[in-house]
Structures are given as structure tokens and as C-alpha cells.
Design a protein around this ligand. Structure first.
Ligand code: PLP
Length: 385
């Protein structure tokens, strides 16, 4: 039997040595590696500015904190996303106004955005769902019309491009995650990218208490600084940055493997009755291929957990992205009174999809085995009807 986890960080000697060097020194925070990681990330993505932070949730929170969004304001949020995309809005006291998914891609349904905009709306957030790019040109056009800020949640989108531009650079800010199952990892960590200097400078201060000098070495007298605005402590540390720099050197290789795996898995799953796959609605795109979601057709959807169990017993790791549309999660249901029949497209994806791994830890034979096992699982649960 094989053992194919859904996600697995790839940590090698270079990462271990880089972390070891940090631990052997005395600079664990406020050091040069965070700056180096930011420079490497900005170069890779083509961003004007990159600001390293402690998680993607921190990055998203900082985006709204920067903008000064608060009580009485609204932000458009896709229904089908990680709770962090919406929590970031709640954390500043604003209201997330959810928009259902598009059937083909699983991304926010752009046709429904304008109807959700009100005089209170301050920003539109989007998520490049599973790494498939949102058609940002249409989103930005709407945002410009209503003078709204655009936040791209790129937690799953390192390596996602639209028309040759990296995700995160088509809106006003892009927020990335380096949680262990992501494209690269810093254990916990995140990055804000932007092309606007003022945003980068302010977010860079706000991630560190609003202090006017971020790095100890920038302070002429140690311990002496001023605080120019309200801020948080959302810094990435030097250990995470060392890991991140080492991981960035391998990113192209990781992405190539993901794309090969994704293509082979897509090919295999396409031939199985009862499964639907999401796809791009765009020609000029590259997905970061975070994972492949097999959406079970109605007759099989009720058997999803039986299928997941069958796969698990045979060593195929799976996940669900995401377990419920955010407005159906208890906190949001209670607060805003959404019911289970709202956001039907997102609910269908949440309720009937199985996320399968394509990360660099997955080999070509694993893909063939996965396809074969998914096919067997469907035959098995169909027999038991
Ligand atoms: C779309 C999305 N946004 C935000 C996050 C949160 O990222 P982090 O764990 O780095 O805060 C995740 C985590 O998976 C995510 O999938």
C-alpha cells in the first residue's frame, strides 16, 4: 500500500543548515534575513514591494488595518474560501458581504459582485481558489468604477499568473501564506505584496507596533524609537525567513512537479464517471496547481465520506477545500443569519468535493495509483447502493 499524504513540506539540508546558522547566532528577530526574503520574493513575483509577516491571516488583517476600514464599512468576500479571508474583515469591525462562486472555476462569481456593492462598501477581496486565477481585469474594472480597494488572497496562489502577471499584483495588495502544506513554507508565515510604496511602508510599520524604525540596526541609540501610528506585532522571525529563502530557490522545481502531477491527475480523473473538475475560464493563465478538487456528481455526493474513507484506508490522503462556505460556519450564521440554502454554488463545492494532492512529494506512480483507487472507490460505493 502507498502512503500519499495530502500535503508534505519538503525540507532538505539547505533549509536545515540555514535554520541552524540562525540558531547558532544571536539575531532571531529584526535581522537581515527577513529583508533578504522580502527582496527574493519581490524579485520572483515581480512585485514592487514585499513585506514579510507572521501569516496570511496577519497579511489580510494588515491590508484592512492599513485601509482604515472599520464599523459601518463593508467588504466583498467570496463565500468559498478559508475563514481567514472573512475573519480579517471582522477583525477590523467591518462586515463581510459574501458572494457565491462561479460554477466553472470555483472563484468568486464576478457577475454577482456589483449587486453586492452598497454605499458602505470599501473593498473587494478575491481568492484564487486552489490556485486558479480570478479574472482580475474584470474585478479591477468594477473596483475602479466604485473606487474600491482590491485585496487578493493568494494563500494558494504562489506561481499563479494571469496574462503573465503574478497573482497579488493585479489588485492593490496580495497576501500569501507559507503554512506547511503551501507551495513553500516558513512553518507559519506570510507576505504582503504591492506596487504602491505608501502601502508597503505603512504596512511594514503596522506589522511592528507602528514603530518608526523597524530593525534594531536602524536605531542610532539602541532601544530608542518613536511610534508614529497604531500597530500590531505580526513580524516574521529570522528562522522563518531563513527557511523561506532556501525554499524560494526550489520553488520553480516544486511548481514544475505540481504542474506535471496536476496535468496527469486531471487526465486520469476526466475519464471517471460521476466526477466533475473545475477549470479556468481564461486562456492566458497559469495555475499554481495547489491541488485538484474532484467534485462528485449529485448521485455520489452523499457517499463522499465513504469514498474518503476508502481512499484513506488505501493510503491516499485527501482534504476538503473548504469544509463549508464561510457564511455557513456557525459564527457567521449566528451573526448574520445566513441559512443553508444561501450560496448554492459554494455549498455544492464544499459539500461534494474531495481535494486530492499534487504537491512535489507526489510521484508519477502515486498519481496512477490515486486515479485507480478513486475509480475503485466509486465503483465500490455505487455497488453498495
Ligand atoms: C484562501 C486562504 N486564505 C488564508 C489562509 C490562512 O493562511 P495562514 O494560515 O497563513 O494564516 C488560508 C489557509 O489555508 C487560505 O486557504
Amino acid at each position: 500500500m502507498r502512503d500519499i499524504p495530502f500535503g508534505k513540506p519538503i525540507i532538505g539540508d539547505e533549509e536545515r543548515q540555514a535554520v541552524g546558522r540562525v540558531l547558532a547566532g544571536t539575531t532571531l528577530t529584526h535581522g537581515p534575513l527577513v529583508k533578504e526574503f522580502e527582496a527574493v520574493f519581490a524579485r520572483y513575483t515581480g512585485a514592487g514591494y514585499a513585506v514579510a509577516v507572521s501569516s496570511c491571516t496577519a497579511a489580510l488583517h494588515l491590508a484592512y488595518f492599513y485601509l482604515g476600514v472599520g464599523p459601518g464599512d463593508e467588504v466583498i468576500v467570496p463565500a468559498e474560501t478559508h475563514v481567514a479571508t472573512a475573519h480579517a474583515v471582522e477583525l477590523v469591525g467591518a462586515r463581510p458581504v459574501f458572494v457565491d462562486s462561479e460554477k466553472v472555476t470555483g472563484n468568486i462569481d464576478i457577475d454577482r459582485i456589483e449587486a453586492a456593492i452598497s454605499p458602505k462598501t470599501r473593498a473587494i477581496s478575491v481568492v484564487h481558489y486552489l490556485g486558479m486565477p480570478v479574472d482580475m481585469r474584470r474585478v479591477v474594472k468594477i473596483a475602479r468604477k466604485y473606487k474600491l480597494f482590491v485585496v487578493e488572497d493568494c494563500a494558494l496562489a504562489l506561481g499563479t499568473y494571469l496574462g503573465g502577471v503574478h497573482a497579488g499584483l493585479l489588485g492593490d495588495v496580495g497576501c500569501f501564506s507559507f503554512y506547511p502544506v503551501k507551495h513553500i513554507t516558513t512553518a507559519e508565515g506570510g507576505m504582503v505584496v504591492t506596487g504602491i510604496k505608501d502601502i508597503a511602508e505603512k504596512i511594514s510599520r503596522q506589522r511592528a507596533f507602528g514603530i518608526d524604525r523597524n530593525i534594531v540596526s536602524e536605531r542610532p541609540v539602541p532601544g530608542v524609537y518613536d511610534v508614529v501610528e497604531l500597530g500590531l506585532n505580526y513580524r516574521l522571525n529570522e528562522i522563518g525567513a531563513a527557511l523561506g529563502i532556501a525554499q524560494m530557490k526550489r520553488l520553480d522545481g516544486f511548481l514544475e512537479k505540481r504542474r506535471e502531477n496536476y496535468a496527469a491527475l486531471t487526465d486520469g480523473l476526466q475519464g471517471i464517471d460521476g466526477i466533475e473538475l473545475l477549470r479556468s475560464s481564461h486562456d492566458e493563465y497559469r495555475s499554481s496547481c495547489y491541488c485538484q478538487a474532484a467534485i462528485l456528481e449529485d448521485s455520489l455526493a452523499g457517499k463522499r465520506f465513504e469514498i474518503v474513507r476508502y481512499l484513506k484506508e488505501r493510503g491516499v490522503g485527501t482534504s476538503v477545500y473548504y469544509p463549508h462556505p464561510v457564511p455557513h460556519l456557525e459564527y457567521y450564521k449566528r451573526k448574520y443569519g445566513y441559512n443553508a440554502s444561501s450560496f448554492p454554488v459554494a455549498a455544492r463545492i464544499s459539500g461534494s468535493s474531495i481535494a486530492l494532492p499534487v504537491g512535489p512529494h507526489v510521484g508519477r506512480e502515486d498519481i496512477d495509483y490515486m486515479v485507480k483507487t478513486v475509480k475503485e472507490a466509486i465503483e465500490e460505493v455505487s455497488r453498495n447502493e
